[in-house]
Design a protein around this ligand. Structure first.
Ligand code: OOG
Length: 238
Protein backbone atom coordinates (compact mmCIF):
# COMPACT_ATOMS: atom_id res chain seq x y z
CA UNK A 1 0.00 0.00 0.00
CA UNK A 2 1.49 3.29 -1.11
CA UNK A 3 -0.71 5.92 0.59
CA UNK A 4 0.55 8.75 -1.62
CA UNK A 5 -0.29 6.92 -4.84
CA UNK A 6 -3.77 6.01 -3.55
CA UNK A 7 -4.40 9.57 -2.36
CA UNK A 8 -3.40 10.85 -5.79
CA UNK A 9 -6.01 8.62 -7.42
CA UNK A 10 -8.79 9.96 -5.18
CA UNK A 11 -7.65 13.58 -5.26
CA UNK A 12 -7.50 13.37 -9.06
CA UNK A 13 -11.00 11.86 -9.22
CA UNK A 14 -12.36 14.74 -7.12
CA UNK A 15 -10.50 17.42 -9.08
CA UNK A 16 -11.59 16.04 -12.48
CA UNK A 17 -15.06 14.95 -11.30
CA UNK A 18 -14.48 11.49 -12.80
CA UNK A 19 -15.25 8.32 -10.83
CA UNK A 20 -12.59 5.65 -10.21
CA UNK A 21 -12.78 1.93 -9.28
CA UNK A 22 -12.87 1.01 -5.57
CA UNK A 23 -9.35 1.00 -4.13
CA UNK A 24 -10.09 -2.16 -2.13
CA UNK A 25 -10.40 -4.22 -5.32
CA UNK A 26 -6.65 -4.01 -5.92
CA UNK A 27 -5.22 -2.90 -2.61
CA UNK A 28 -5.36 -4.23 0.88
CA UNK A 29 -6.02 -1.37 3.31
CA UNK A 30 -6.51 -1.45 7.06
CA UNK A 31 -8.75 1.18 8.62
CA UNK A 32 -5.63 3.03 9.82
CA UNK A 33 -4.23 2.96 6.25
CA UNK A 34 -7.52 4.35 4.97
CA UNK A 35 -7.37 7.29 7.40
CA UNK A 36 -3.75 7.92 6.34
CA UNK A 37 -4.89 8.09 2.71
CA UNK A 38 -7.76 10.39 3.72
CA UNK A 39 -5.33 12.80 5.42
CA UNK A 40 -3.29 13.04 2.20
CA UNK A 41 -6.43 13.49 0.09
CA UNK A 42 -7.47 16.43 2.28
CA UNK A 43 -3.92 17.87 2.20
CA UNK A 44 -4.07 17.73 -1.61
CA UNK A 45 -7.00 20.19 -1.60
CA UNK A 46 -4.53 22.79 -0.24
CA UNK A 47 -7.31 24.69 1.53
CA UNK A 48 -7.78 25.53 5.20
CA UNK A 49 -9.62 22.92 7.22
CA UNK A 50 -12.95 24.15 8.62
CA UNK A 51 -14.03 21.13 10.63
CA UNK A 52 -15.11 17.52 10.49
CA UNK A 53 -18.13 15.42 9.56
CA UNK A 54 -19.37 12.10 10.78
CA UNK A 55 -20.73 9.37 8.54
CA UNK A 56 -22.71 6.20 9.16
CA UNK A 57 -24.32 7.78 12.23
CA UNK A 58 -27.72 6.51 11.18
CA UNK A 59 -28.54 2.93 12.05
CA UNK A 60 -29.95 2.35 8.58
CA UNK A 61 -26.68 3.31 6.86
CA UNK A 62 -24.53 1.43 9.36
CA UNK A 63 -26.57 -1.74 8.89
CA UNK A 64 -26.41 -1.33 5.14
CA UNK A 65 -22.59 -1.26 5.38
CA UNK A 66 -22.44 -3.94 8.06
CA UNK A 67 -20.45 -1.72 10.45
CA UNK A 68 -21.06 -0.66 14.00
CA UNK A 69 -18.90 2.43 14.34
CA UNK A 70 -19.14 5.86 12.83
CA UNK A 71 -16.52 7.29 10.47
CA UNK A 72 -14.97 10.75 10.31
CA UNK A 73 -14.09 12.96 7.36
CA UNK A 74 -12.65 16.46 7.11
CA UNK A 75 -14.24 19.66 5.80
CA UNK A 76 -12.28 22.33 3.95
CA UNK A 77 -13.06 25.95 3.18
CA UNK A 78 -13.73 25.30 -0.52
CA UNK A 79 -16.53 22.84 0.41
CA UNK A 80 -18.57 25.55 2.19
CA UNK A 81 -21.49 26.95 0.18
CA UNK A 82 -23.35 30.03 1.43
CA UNK A 83 -26.91 29.54 2.63
CA UNK A 84 -29.15 30.34 -0.37
CA UNK A 85 -26.14 30.05 -2.68
CA UNK A 86 -25.61 27.83 -5.68
CA UNK A 87 -23.58 24.79 -6.53
CA UNK A 88 -21.99 24.13 -9.88
CA UNK A 89 -22.69 20.60 -11.23
CA UNK A 90 -19.37 20.65 -13.09
CA UNK A 91 -17.64 20.09 -9.73
CA UNK A 92 -19.42 16.81 -8.97
CA UNK A 93 -19.69 13.24 -10.25
CA UNK A 94 -23.06 11.95 -8.95
CA UNK A 95 -23.88 14.08 -5.92
CA UNK A 96 -26.49 13.34 -3.29
CA UNK A 97 -27.82 15.60 -0.57
CA UNK A 98 -28.79 14.88 3.02
CA UNK A 99 -30.18 17.03 5.86
CA UNK A 100 -27.99 17.25 8.96
CA UNK A 101 -27.43 19.11 12.20
CA UNK A 102 -24.26 21.22 12.46
CA UNK A 103 -22.43 22.24 15.62
CA UNK A 104 -20.09 25.19 16.02
CA UNK A 105 -17.37 24.06 18.42
CA UNK A 106 -14.83 26.27 20.16
CA UNK A 107 -12.16 24.38 22.09
CA UNK A 108 -14.49 21.40 22.25
CA UNK A 109 -17.44 23.38 23.62
CA UNK A 110 -20.67 23.70 21.65
CA UNK A 111 -21.22 27.40 20.84
CA UNK A 112 -24.05 27.06 18.33
CA UNK A 113 -26.25 24.64 16.42
CA UNK A 114 -27.67 25.01 12.91
CA UNK A 115 -29.62 23.15 10.27
CA UNK A 116 -27.29 22.00 7.50
CA UNK A 117 -27.21 20.22 4.17
CA UNK A 118 -24.34 17.96 3.20
CA UNK A 119 -23.56 17.11 -0.39
CA UNK A 120 -21.86 13.73 -0.63
CA UNK A 121 -20.23 12.64 -3.88
CA UNK A 122 -18.42 9.33 -3.75
CA UNK A 123 -15.39 9.34 -5.99
CA UNK A 124 -16.08 5.64 -6.71
CA UNK A 125 -17.96 4.32 -9.69
CA UNK A 126 -21.68 3.73 -9.05
CA UNK A 127 -21.32 5.12 -5.48
CA UNK A 128 -20.14 1.63 -4.42
CA UNK A 129 -17.57 1.19 -1.69
CA UNK A 130 -16.72 -0.67 1.48
CA UNK A 131 -15.69 0.81 4.81
CA UNK A 132 -11.99 1.39 4.02
CA UNK A 133 -12.81 2.73 0.54
CA UNK A 134 -15.19 5.36 1.91
CA UNK A 135 -12.82 6.38 4.72
CA UNK A 136 -9.97 6.86 2.21
CA UNK A 137 -12.38 8.92 0.08
CA UNK A 138 -12.87 11.39 2.94
CA UNK A 139 -16.27 9.77 3.68
CA UNK A 140 -17.68 11.06 0.35
CA UNK A 141 -17.54 14.67 1.64
CA UNK A 142 -18.00 17.15 -1.20
CA UNK A 143 -19.79 20.32 -0.03
CA UNK A 144 -21.94 21.66 2.80
CA UNK A 145 -24.35 24.49 3.50
CA UNK A 146 -24.99 25.88 6.99
CA UNK A 147 -28.16 27.68 8.05
CA UNK A 148 -28.07 30.49 10.62
CA UNK A 149 -26.45 29.52 13.94
CA UNK A 150 -28.84 29.16 16.87
CA UNK A 151 -28.33 29.09 20.63
CA UNK A 152 -26.42 26.04 21.84
CA UNK A 153 -28.41 25.61 25.05
CA UNK A 154 -31.47 23.95 23.54
CA UNK A 155 -32.45 20.32 23.31
CA UNK A 156 -32.25 19.30 19.68
CA UNK A 157 -33.22 15.66 20.29
CA UNK A 158 -36.07 14.17 18.27
CA UNK A 159 -36.78 17.28 16.17
CA UNK A 160 -38.74 16.88 12.97
CA UNK A 161 -36.67 17.11 9.77
CA UNK A 162 -38.07 17.81 6.30
CA UNK A 163 -36.11 18.01 3.06
CA UNK A 164 -37.75 19.52 -0.01
CA UNK A 165 -36.71 19.64 -3.63
CA UNK A 166 -38.44 22.34 -5.69
CA UNK A 167 -40.97 22.73 -2.89
CA UNK A 168 -41.91 19.03 -2.75
CA UNK A 169 -41.15 16.95 0.31
CA UNK A 170 -38.64 14.24 -0.62
CA UNK A 171 -37.52 13.04 2.83
CA UNK A 172 -38.83 13.37 6.36
CA UNK A 173 -37.25 12.16 9.56
CA UNK A 174 -36.07 13.03 13.01
CA UNK A 175 -32.80 14.24 14.48
CA UNK A 176 -33.05 11.06 16.58
CA UNK A 177 -31.76 9.20 13.49
CA UNK A 178 -28.36 10.77 14.29
CA UNK A 179 -26.88 8.40 16.91
CA UNK A 180 -30.18 8.49 18.82
CA UNK A 181 -29.49 12.15 19.68
CA UNK A 182 -27.28 14.51 17.62
CA UNK A 183 -25.51 15.71 20.76
CA UNK A 184 -23.71 12.33 20.85
CA UNK A 185 -21.92 13.37 17.66
CA UNK A 186 -19.69 15.75 19.62
CA UNK A 187 -18.32 12.93 21.80
CA UNK A 188 -18.06 10.54 18.84
CA UNK A 189 -16.08 13.09 16.81
CA UNK A 190 -13.70 13.82 19.71
CA UNK A 191 -13.15 10.10 20.29
CA UNK A 192 -12.49 9.34 16.61
CA UNK A 193 -10.17 12.33 16.22
CA UNK A 194 -8.13 11.05 19.19
CA UNK A 195 -8.00 7.53 17.72
CA UNK A 196 -6.63 8.73 14.40
CA UNK A 197 -4.53 11.52 15.99
CA UNK A 198 -6.27 14.24 13.98
CA UNK A 199 -5.55 17.72 15.27
CA UNK A 200 -8.83 19.64 15.70
CA UNK A 201 -8.87 23.36 14.93
CA UNK A 202 -9.81 25.61 17.93
CA UNK A 203 -12.96 26.78 16.19
CA UNK A 204 -14.62 24.31 13.90
CA UNK A 205 -17.81 23.02 12.34
CA UNK A 206 -19.04 19.51 13.05
CA UNK A 207 -21.58 17.95 10.72
CA UNK A 208 -23.28 15.36 12.89
CA UNK A 209 -24.48 12.95 10.18
CA UNK A 210 -27.57 12.46 8.05
CA UNK A 211 -31.05 12.60 9.54
CA UNK A 212 -32.65 10.90 6.48
CA UNK A 213 -31.56 8.91 3.43
CA UNK A 214 -29.55 10.83 0.82
CA UNK A 215 -31.33 12.08 -2.31
CA UNK A 216 -29.72 12.29 -5.77
CA UNK A 217 -29.25 15.85 -7.07
CA UNK A 218 -30.38 16.73 -10.59
CA UNK A 219 -29.27 20.01 -12.19
CA UNK A 220 -31.72 22.89 -11.88
CA UNK A 221 -33.24 22.04 -8.50
CA UNK A 222 -33.73 24.09 -5.36
CA UNK A 223 -33.09 22.16 -2.12
CA UNK A 224 -34.30 23.17 1.31
CA UNK A 225 -34.13 21.46 4.70
CA UNK A 226 -36.07 22.50 7.79
CA UNK A 227 -35.51 21.28 11.30
CA UNK A 228 -38.16 22.08 13.82
CA UNK A 229 -37.10 24.88 16.22
CA UNK A 230 -33.75 25.18 14.42
CA UNK A 231 -34.89 26.77 11.16
CA UNK A 232 -34.05 26.26 7.52
CA UNK A 233 -31.17 26.09 5.07
CA UNK A 234 -31.09 25.82 1.29
CA UNK A 235 -29.23 26.11 -1.99
CA UNK A 236 -29.73 25.83 -5.73
CA UNK A 237 -28.03 23.15 -7.79
CA UNK A 238 -27.68 25.25 -10.93
C1 OOG B 1 -20.82 7.67 3.11
C2 OOG B 1 -20.90 8.91 3.95
C3 OOG B 1 -22.30 9.05 4.46
C4 OOG B 1 -23.53 9.90 6.45
O1 OOG B 1 -24.07 10.90 6.95
O2 OOG B 1 -23.78 8.76 6.80
C5 OOG B 1 -22.53 10.15 5.39
C6 OOG B 1 -21.77 7.68 1.94
O3 OOG B 1 -22.90 7.21 2.10
O4 OOG B 1 -21.37 8.13 0.86
O5 OOG B 1 -21.98 11.23 5.28
Amino acid sequence: MNPRALAEILAGAAADAVAVPQLSIEHHLSLADAYAVQRLVVDARRRPRTGVKLGLTSRAKALQMGVSDVILGELTEDMAIEDGGSLDPARFIHPRVEPEVAFLLRDGEVKGVAPALEIIDSRYQDFRFNLVDVVADNTSAAAYVLGPWQRADQDIGNRGVVMEIDGRVVETGSTAAILGHPQRATEAAARLARTIALPMPGEMVLLAGAATAAVTLKPGVVVEARISTLGRVGFTYI
